[in-house]
Write a protein that binds this ligand. Structure first.
Ligand code: SF4
Length: 296
């Protein structure tokens, strides 16, 4: 199993342009050293070491990948390519999971949760064209009106992000439009879940909780079918690559330029690999070989 080695963070940071969470303090990693730095380093490296560089390849998209607007990046993701994150980011994710669990518990106590067949599992969504599998956060039932079924997503967010969110609006279509401007990835993910043929839940909500003071914003949402078609079309563009035998990475999209001043490419954590692969795409084995030259 490929794992992130304890010293891997700095090289990943160099590749992606990110900074190590503890920088050069890792030099003081000896348990015999003074102060608490050895414990910081030990805990950080434990979190970093747990992350794989590659996951098993899939032949389907995850619902959470719906917000990725680059088909080449999507195909790398489906191949199993993974970029480790810093220990600090891992702790942020851990807190996010705890926020989700706490809100799920409250919704259960409020009696609005429709449980999946297995109570410890989330409801699954499935598409065949393009092939997508995902798991929604919560399927709820509105206790008023007509017991309407609602698709809910729970997101934790830092104070800076929370303050930049739009106001809640009574019209769910306005909420979709406003959130699409601020958090397009989340709305794309919710839209894919919402349109899944096996559930078809055109209405729902997105709950944001501010991580340090637990303020909440809850947006009622109604699916925008035009947006859903747009997302599905984009994912269909990548289907021929993820179903090919051997599996292929897609070419660099015409509207992307990873070697120029392309803002999306600049922020892309796969850029270090993307620029080392042939522009026209290549096979899974070749992607693994090129990546191993850089990250092994
Ligand atoms: S660097 Fe740009 S073209 Fe390459 S995968 Fe990332 S977003 Fe796509």
């Amino acid at each position: 199993m490929a794992v992130v080695k304890p010293t891997r963070t700095s090289s990943i940071a160099a590749l992606t342009g990110a900074e190590s969470s503890r920088g050069t303090e890792k030099d003081a990693s000896s348990p015999s050293g003074g102060g608490s730095r050895w414990l910081h380093v030990l805990l950080d490296e434990t979190l970093e070491r747990q992350q794989k560089l590659w996951n098993p390849p899939r032949r389907w998209y995850r619902g959470s990948e719906a917000g990725d607007t680059c088909v080449r990046s999507l195909t790398l993701s489906v191949m199993g390519h993974s970029v480790p994150v810093s220990s600090q980011t891992k702790r942020i994710f851990r807190t996010g999971n705890a926020v989700e669990d706490a809100n799920m518990q409250t919704m259960r106590e409020a009696g609005i949760v429709i449980e999946a067949a297995r109570k410890d599992k989330q409801h699954e969504i499935r598409y065949t064209d393009p092939p997508i599998v995902g798991h929604i956060d919560v399927l709820a039932r509105k206790p008023t009106e007509d017991n309407k079924r609602l698709l809910g997503e729970i997101k934790s967010i830092n104070s800076f992000g929370f303050k930049s969110l739009p106001s809640e609006h009574d019209d769910p279509r306005v909420n979709v439009k406003n959130l699409m401007a601020k958090k397009p990835g989340y709305i794309c993910q919710w839209s894919i879940y919402s349109g899944a043929p096996n559930l078809d839940l055109p209405e729902g909500f997105m709950l944001f909780e501010e991580k340090n003071v637990q303020s909440q914003l809850i947006y009622m949402l109604e699916r925008d079918d035009d947006l859903l078609v747009e997302i599905l079309e984009r994912m269909r563009e990548g289907t021929k690559y993820i179903l090919a035998d051997p599996m292929l990475v897609a070419p660099i999209p015409k509207d992307r330029n990873p070697r120029g001043a392309d803002e999306q490419c600049r922020k892309c954590s796969r850029k270090y690999l993307c620029v080392r692969l042939p522009d026209e795409g290549t096979t899974y084995d070749e992607v693994r070989r090129v990546d191993a030259e850089v990250r092994s």
